[in-house]
Design a protein. Structure first.
Length: 320
């Protein structure tokens, strides 16, 4: 049983359920098993950085033919990845994984047992708002919570422009999976609407990395329903894989609505049950994996029809 959990890339639901039942013995044995990778401290440098974002860069809804103009251009602030000491701005994700980035913020990787240190700096000179980072799925002290509560929270929850904060997190046995992080400061409302969110991708101690990892954030942006801040086919991410790839989808929702994530021509397991559509509510997240075996150009989308019509649809391309 233990072997199966830790060697085979279990679907996130299964892993989380099994770990959630918190069999101390299971955890102890897993931790004591032959380590293929020692626990490490992973350091990330992230900045809240002003940018101008176009929700519909090509100006058209390819399916309904509706045209969009300047109303889809949004001055905003997003999480960006930097080199050590915020010296140099980097892409949030490798170019091979996404067509454009900035929304969501950088995908932060770790393994169960790791410490994660996130150095955060607020570069928001555009709106002059405080910002923060609040992380789901990991352990930390209250000083790394990043959530504003008057009279209780500290500087972690209200990082003012020009200031920094270091969030110290730990990926415990129940952290395996995909989790959101987001602004939880005084500016949370505007910041979430403007794309200040991202994901933590945490693998089991001995779980192999997938060949392809796709992050899908379902959230409203402006008046549209977006995937990673973009609306409509031609603007939303085009994900690509090859037959034989171990493909991992990391899905989360931000905002106030529920979504039903759907991929055409494929199925995955949740608690051992095959499915091709899965509900995800505000700040919920899940991940699943499959070994790719279906060539073609496929849709992935939210199956709430009003959301799909407002832009929540994209393309998944599989080649030989
Ligand atoms: Cu939806």
């Amino acid at each position: 049983m233990i072997d199966r959990i830790w060697r085979v890339p279990a679907p996130a639901g299964t892993l989380r359920r099994l770990l959630g039942s918190a069999t101390a013995a299971l955890v102890a044995v897993a931790a004591a098993g032959p380590a293929t990778a020692a626990a490490v401290t992973r350091e990330y440098w992230v900045g809240a950085t002003p940018t101008t974002w176009n929700i519909v860069p090509n100006g058209v809804d390819a399916i309904l033919g509706t045209r969009y103009g300047n109303e889809t251009i949004l001055p905003t602030v997003t999480y960006r990845r930097y080199t050590r000491g915020w010296k140099k701005l980097l892409r949030n994700a490798p170019a091979r994984n996404v067509d454009s980035d900035r929304i969501p913020g950088p995908l932060l990787h770790a393994r169960v047992g790791d410490r994660i240190v996130v150095h955060f700096k607020n570069f928001d000179t555009r709106f002059n708002r405080a910002h923060s980072m609040h992380f789901h799925g990991v352990s930390y002290k209250p000083s790394s919570d990043g959530a504003y509560l008057p009279g209780f929270s500290g500087r972690d929850a209200e990082v003012k422009p020009g200031q920094t904060w270091t969030y110290k997190l730990r990926a415990g046995p129940q952290s395996a999976g995909f989790w959101p992080y987001h602004d939880h400061s005084t500016s949370m409302h505007e910041s979430l609407a403007g794309g200040m969110y991202g994901g933590l991708s945490i693998r089991g101690r001995r779980e192999r990395a997938p060949d392809r990892e796709f992050v899908v954030v379902l959230a409203p942006t402006g008046d549209l329903q977006t995937i990673n801040g973009h609306a409509f086919v031609g603007n939303t991410p085009v994900f690509s894989a090859r037959v034989g790839d171990l493909v991992q989808w990391d899905v989360m929702a931000i905002g106030s609505e529920h979504h039903t994530f759907h991929v055409h021509g494929h199925r995955w397991l949740e608690h051992g049950v095959p499915r091709d559509t899965q509900t995800v509510g505000p700040a919920e997240s899940f991940r699943f994996r499959w070994r790719e075996d279906a060539t073609g150009t496929w849709f992935y989308h939210c199956h709430v029809e009003q959301h799909m019509e407002r832009g929540m649809i994209g393309i998944y391309r599989v080649t030989r």
